[in-house]
Design a protein around this ligand. Structure first.
Ligand code: GAP
Length: 447
């Protein structure tokens, strides 16, 4: 199949109600997107799968749901006030601001290196060679807590969900009587004032993350790191069904790593704009807990009963964005196929991810006896699966095409034969084959 184009994904997402530009009627707001009726179903399915695999299937991983705004000292201790920066370069002529590393087409964020690479570059906005020296720019979004807007009331919208995991480490350890190794997981919003949000929902300013911090004794860091890398790969290929050819590993070199990481491996996905970061596994060492101990004055060290040693736990982190995962799922599932001289667009989503598992249609909507029977089948399926669509709009061909585009694995059609022999037609999205099945066997046929 030919390469998937971003404009096709953006168009499908809007046309079928997966993703809309935020504030669209006011001209939008760069880096912000809303999820529509189908997008929210797909995103919820993805989040539930991750929660199931990460929390429910591990006896020693516990969930939390922390606030977006915390005491700003958290972000001083975590190094984000000083170090959560991207390199930017301003144009003296037109005032445009660009990500210096993107413009220089490099993974490096080293300012000297970037200065050298950008020496002869023109500003992509005005075309003039008037770029200034690259500098660091802090991406945290600021706000004020309380009625007075001064320095003392400044706080930040969290740039990563991990922060509220670290500061709840002791609460969770105590309440769950947890012993190392154990993990804390969270799904929630994070905010980054990205210099150049781009590529649809790939790089946004308001994002949602699924993160897990695994607290360990330092001597097992390497094996645990490898295990969480493997978890991420298996989740993508086995639970989401993403093709291995669309994935590859990328190891961060020292210039690319975040300020807290001693090692980092990303899984890259083949997005329409090329292979880019989807999911990160990081070794954060004792960086976070040590700094929170130091700044808060609360001792976060751990006493190991077996070895009788006291130490600050190390952390292996697994971190992925919901939007990037949803985009990867859409791109991986998107197919254009020729059928009987016509092109059909079909989302080959795994059935457990699809916004609707099955659509139910009466062959003709102006025949009350067909509609009544179809409603019975619809109610039966709705009770079983919940996410079932009633579709009586347009002719059957149009309905199939609509359901193909939103990834509904099965369409059930009630026709005149149904009234005679209690059988229905089930049409399979991927093969387009149709078979006759008795109503009592429909649930098992679409399960
Ligand atoms: N706690 C570690 C952390 O936040 P990160 O590599 O900065 O690490 C983790 O982000 C994941 O969050 C990324 O792999 C990506 O999936 C997602 N992500 C980060 N920035 C994003 C953005 N601006 N828009 C969408 N997703 C983003």
């Amino acid at each position: 199949m030919s390469e998937v184009k971003m404009e096709d994904i953006v168009s499908l997402a809007k046309r079928r109600g997966f993703v809309f530009q935020a504030s669209e009627i006011y001209g939008g707001l760069a880096g912000f997107y809303d999820y529509g009726p189908l997008g929210v179903e797909l995103a919820n399915n993805i989040k539930q799968l991750w929660w199931q695999a990460m929390v429910r299937e591990h006896d020693n991983i516990f969930g939390v749901d922390g606030t977006i705004i915390q005491n700003p000292k958290l972000w001083e201790a975590s190094g984000h006030v000083a170090g959560f920066t991207d390199p930017l370069v301003d144009c003296k002529s037109c005032g445009a601001r660009h990500r210096a590393d993107h413009l220089a087409d490099t993974d490096s964020t080293d300012l000297n290196e970037l200065k050298e690479l950008l020496k002869d570059k023109a500003c992509p906005t005005c075309g003039k060679k008037t770029l200034m020296e690259p500098r660091k720019y802090n991406m945290m979004m600021k706000t004020w807590v309380g009625p007075v807007e001064d320095e003392s009331s400044i706080s930040y919208l969290r740039p990563e969900t991990a922060g509220s995991i670290f500061i709840n480490y002791e609460n969770v350890r105590e309440t769950m009587r947890a012993k190392l190794p154990f993990g804390i997981a969270q799904i929630g919003k994070a905010f980054r004032n990205e210099i150049s949000p781009r590529d649809f929902i790939f790089r946004v300013r308001e994002l949602e993350q699924m993160e897990m911090q695994y607290f360990i004794k330092p001597d097992i860091q390497q094996e645990v790191y490898e295990r969480w890398r493997e978890f991420a790969w298996k989740f993508l290929t086995e639970r989401l069904g993403i093709a291995e050819d669309n994935l590859k590993w990328h190891e961060h070199d020292v210039k690319e790593r975040a300020h807290y990481a001693a090692a980092a491996h990303d899984i890259y996905f083949k997005y329409p704009q090329g292979f880019k970061e989807l999911w990160g596994t990081h070794n954060r060492t004792d960086f976070d807990l040590s700094n929170h101990s130091r700044v808060s004055g609360k001792d976060l060290s751990y006493f190991d009963e077996e070895s009788k040693e006291r130490f600050t736990p190390y952390v292996i982190e697994s971190s992925v964005g919901v939007g990037r995962m949803l985009l990867a799922v859409l791109v991986d599932a998107y197919h254009e196929e020729e059928i009987n001289g016509e092109t059909r667009v079909v989302l080959k989503l795994a059935a457990h991810l699809a916004p609707y598992r099955v659509a139910v249609s009466p062959l003709l909507k102006n025949k009350p006896e067909l509609v009544e029977k179809a409603k019975e089948v619809y109610q039966m399926l709705k009770k079983e699966f919940g996410n079932v669509m009633w579709d009586d709009n347009g002719n059957i061909g149009k309905r199939y095409r609509r359901q193909d585009e939103i990834g509904t694995p099965y369409c059930v059609v009630i026709d005149f034969d149904t009234l005679a022999d209690n059988t229905v037609t089930i049409r399979d999205r991927d093969t387009t084959e149709q078979k006759r099945v008795e109503i009592k066997d429909v649930i098992s046929s679409v399960s």
